[in-house]
Design a protein around this ligand. Structure first.
Ligand SMILES: Cc1cc2nc3c(=O)[nH]c(=O)nc-3n(C[C@H](O)[C@H](O)[C@H](O)COP(=O)(O)OP(=O)(O)OC[C@H]3O[C@@H](n4cnc5c(N)ncnc54)[C@H](O)[C@@H]3O)c2cc1C
Ligand SMILES: NC(=O)C1=CN([C@@H]2O[C@H](COP(=O)(O)OP(=O)(O)OC[C@H]3O[C@@H](n4cnc5c(N)ncnc54)[C@H](OP(=O)(O)O)[C@@H]3O)[C@@H](O)[C@H]2O)C=CC1
Ligand SMILES: C=C(O[C@H]1[C@H](O)[C@@H](CO)O[C@H](OP(=O)(O)OP(=O)(O)OC[C@H]2O[C@@H](n3ccc(=O)[nH]c3=O)[C@H](O)[C@@H]2O)[C@@H]1NC(C)=O)C(=O)O
Length: 322
């Protein structure tokens, strides 16, 4: 059982007192009422009831033990680049992984072993600069290794599952397992880790060292530039909102439905790429949620396809009928 001490009121958030708890012996700070808008790429969403960002595995275990003792739901937060968090925030404990980012490139085996909070695009640029192949596709995909493993992030016909050797998975009970990709139910942009309580703490990828750094950098930069031409990076988004349904591309279907530029509140279907929804500055999570449903309805009406969101929609959202 973890001993806890409350350090009292830290001030006010949205008119409510903020509190913090320190798990003794682990130095792990758990804060109440932490805004999630600044921790997600859409820049929307209310507060987490409780938030912590452990720096070590023992701190992560202590947080889990605390959440179990308090019978709280948990949510893992990587880079927040594929999340739509409700304006009402999230109940329970949100665990941010961004400080779990130890990194080791093994020159002999060509394997890269990293903590789940390491930035995927940063690793991709680093590998390219070293002349290691295998991550050229990953530049421009914001977020962490943990998020990429859960989402099976990919681009340019490659994806996370292709290079994964194994991943360390922590259960809520504290049991740690090392699993190969075959155990993770990988398909296009999904895995059986989605919607589960299982935490990715570390991963090992197989890369290929020994190539000419200039050549790998050139290919990596080419991928990055291609994305910049076809995708809008200038305003907050979550990347592609919907998975591509079969042979049809979601962006094409949405454009052909006449929805480019369509706006609800501060949320807009991007002109540059119709499968992106942008926060034009003042969007709420509700605006984005209504727009996702509007797009689904209109595309289904015209094409008989129900577009499946790729973005993870978290917390409570109400559909406002017109
Ligand atoms: C501009 C832009 C471009 C993008 N382009 C692409 C693209 O080309 N290809 C692509 O695939 N995606 C793309 N995305 C989407 C997004 O970047 C990826 O899905 C990314 O892998 C998400 O990582 P994250 O760390 O931000 O995860 P988050 O958004 O924080 O989380 C995603 C899911 O993973 C869970 N999770 C996160 N970390 C862990 C962990 N350690 N253990 C267990 N569960 C965890 C979360 O609970 C959530 O369910 C883009 C997004 C943006 C904003
Ligand atoms: N529209 C949106 O909502 C959002 C879009 N994005 C976009 O997603 C992409 C990924 O963002 P982010 O996760 O912040 O990571 P970035 O790709 O911006 O940068 C991560 C690290 O990669 C290295 N790096 C970046 N560019 C180069 C380069 N040309 N050559 C060599 N090294 C490079 C740098 O490492 P070092 O410092 O070690 O040199 C940098 O700190 C970016 O294009 C960003 O603009 C990100 C978040 C939200
Ligand atoms: C951004 C993401 O991933 C991206 C990834 O970066 C790129 C590059 O590999 O390929 C996918 O986009 P995508 O299928 O939309 O690729 P694009 O090449 O931009 O478009 C596909 C086709 O749709 C057409 N298209 C696209 C956008 C648009 O507004 N109108 C349109 O007609 C394009 O002309 C093209 O013929 C991934 N999206 C999905 C849902 O699989 C993400 O998952 O968040």
């Amino acid at each position: 059982m973890v001993m806890t001490v409350s350090s009292g009121s830290l001030g006010q958030v949205n008119g409510k007192p903020e509190r913090s708890i320190t798990l003794l012996g682990n130095d792990c700070l758990i804060r109440s009422k932490v805004s999630l808008a600044s921790l997600t790429s859409f820049r929307v969403g209310g507060p987490a009831d409780w938030y912590t960002a452990p720096q070590r595995l023992d701190q992560l275990l202590a947080c889990l033990e605390w959440a179990n003792a308090e019978e709280l739901p948990i949510t893992l937060l990587g880079g927040g680049s594929n999340l739509l968090v409700s304006d009402r925030g999230l109940r329970g404990l949100v665990i941010g992984t961004r400080y779990l980012r130890h990194t080791h490139f093994d020159q002999e085996t060509g394997q890269l072993t990293v903590g789940s909070g390491a930035s995927l695009p940063r690793l991709a640029w680093k590998a390219a600069r070293m002349g290691w192949r295998g991550l050229e596709w990953a530049v421009g995909i914001p977020g962490t290794v943990g998020g990429a493993i859960v989402m099976n992030a990919g681009a340019h016909i490659s994806c996370t599952a292709d290079i994964l050797v194994n991943t360390h998975i922590l259960e809520r009970s504290g049991t740690l397992q090392v699993l190969p990709p075959e155990k993770l139910g990988y398909r296009y942009r999904t895995s059986n880790l989605q919607g589960s309580d299982r935490l990715v703490t570390q991963a090992t990828f197989q890369l290929q060292p020994g190539y000419d750094p200039e050549q790998v950098m050139a290919e990596t930069t080419e991928h990055f530039q291609q994305r910049r031409l076809s995708q809008p990076y200038h305003l907050p988004s979550c990347g592609s909102v919907f998975r591509n349904p079969g042979p049809h591309k979601a962006g094409w279907l949405i454009e052909q439905t006449g929805l480019k530029g369509y706006k609800i509140g501060g949320a807009q279907v991007a002109e540059r790429h119709a499968n992106f929804i942008l926060n034009c500055g003042s969007a709420t999570a509700s605006d984005i949620f209504q727009l996702i449903h509007h797009v689904q309805e209109r595309v289904q009406h015209q094409w008989s396809y129900l577009l499946e969101p790729e973005v993870r929609i978290l917390g409570e959202h109400d559909l406002i009928s017109n």
